[in-house]
Design a protein around this ligand. Sequence first.
Ligand SMILES: NC(=O)C1=CN([C@@H]2O[C@H](COP(=O)(O)OP(=O)(O)OC[C@H]3O[C@@H](n4cnc5c(N)ncnc54)[C@H](OP(=O)(O)O)[C@@H]3O)[C@@H](O)[C@H]2O)C=CC1
Ligand SMILES: O=C(CO)COP(=O)(O)O
Length: 336
Amino acid sequence: MSVAVLGAGSWGTALAALIARHGHDTVLWGRDQAAVAAIDAAHENSHYLPGVVLPSSLRATADLGAALRDAGMVLVAVPSHAFTETLHALAPHRPGPAGVAWATKGFEPGSGRFLHEVASDVLGDGVPLAVVTGPSFAKEVALGLPTALTVHGDDEAFAQAVADVLHGPAFRAYTGDDMRGAELGGAMKNVLAVATGVADGMNLGLNARAGLITRGLNEMLRLNIAIGGRPETLMGLAGLGDLVLTCTGDLSRNRRLGLALGRGQTLEAAVREIGQVVESVQTADEVMRLAQRHGVELPIAENVRDVLHGEITPGEGLARLLAREQKAEYPGKLFD
Ligand SMILES: NC(=O)C1=CN([C@@H]2O[C@H](COP(=O)(O)OP(=O)(O)OC[C@H]3O[C@@H](n4cnc5c(N)ncnc54)[C@H](OP(=O)(O)O)[C@@H]3O)[C@@H](O)[C@H]2O)C=CC1
Ligand SMILES: O=C(CO)COP(=O)(O)O
């Protein structure tokens, strides 16, 4: 299988390296000519994955047409704010039979559309689509550490084909057919990771962290049901798995943003210092808009949004959460 991976940041580079190591003809496209030339020549992405040796079979290019010419499969790994433009850019070059998968987490900023909605709108009917998501820090994947994630698609054969190129000796790729639930999980966990980061930055303790993760999962499950996702998707790698990883692992940029805010740093300074994409900054707004459209209350996500907008301090967010009324853990019926 020939695979074109679009987006030469940490995740695109790690996924391309993984697929190339599995013996597939793999080309990595990035927009920065000098950066991709350095990847091609030195087999290292010194900016996003310094010190990681990339397979010599992995080719890199800044020429999108060349990257896509022989592709049997496309895997998009750009940030959510660049997703729509990347889909428009790839569409005229995509070879007819090539399905399109993405490992981007988030929504289309502004419209709040799910990325599978953007993809089917831009590419039209008949193009197999799939989302790749789950607990997977790029650095660990690039280093070959054991990882499990999941591929959800509307075309079973394509989801299986994507899982097949990812699956390998140290990498387990599962499959499913719930793109909505899988995308919601990957987007929401970034927002909830900010909350646990803030709590840890404020030294609120391990009980607070576990409480936030669990009540955060509850928020994910409730919104997921409202949008028509399946509960088991959110209890799996796309939800609980990624929530735990991102809320507890210091490799997470969203958690690190929360830690910095909890310690009193400004949003601008924290994002600058992290120096990579921090999806929650945009996703928090879109999650709250989605929740409002569906009449679902999300107290933790709402406080994260308000802290990110500078409307409340982390301390005020904590006070708001602690002042909420006592109630049943699962009011109403969560699962059928
Ligand atoms: N890193 C991780 O561990 C994981 C990340 N993800 C998701 O993958 C997506 C990508 O994140 P990640 O790779 O980590 O981000 P990084 O910050 O590591 O890299 C971002 C990459 O996107 C490129 N980029 C930015 N804007 C555009 C654009 N308009 N057109 C083309 N390329 C663009 C950047 O190019 P340039 O350098 O030129 O600015 C850079 O190569 C996110 O949605 C993230 O949530 C999912 C799972 C794991
Ligand atoms: O999505 C990720 C792990 O699954 C990466 O998380 P961060 O974007 O917070 O670094």
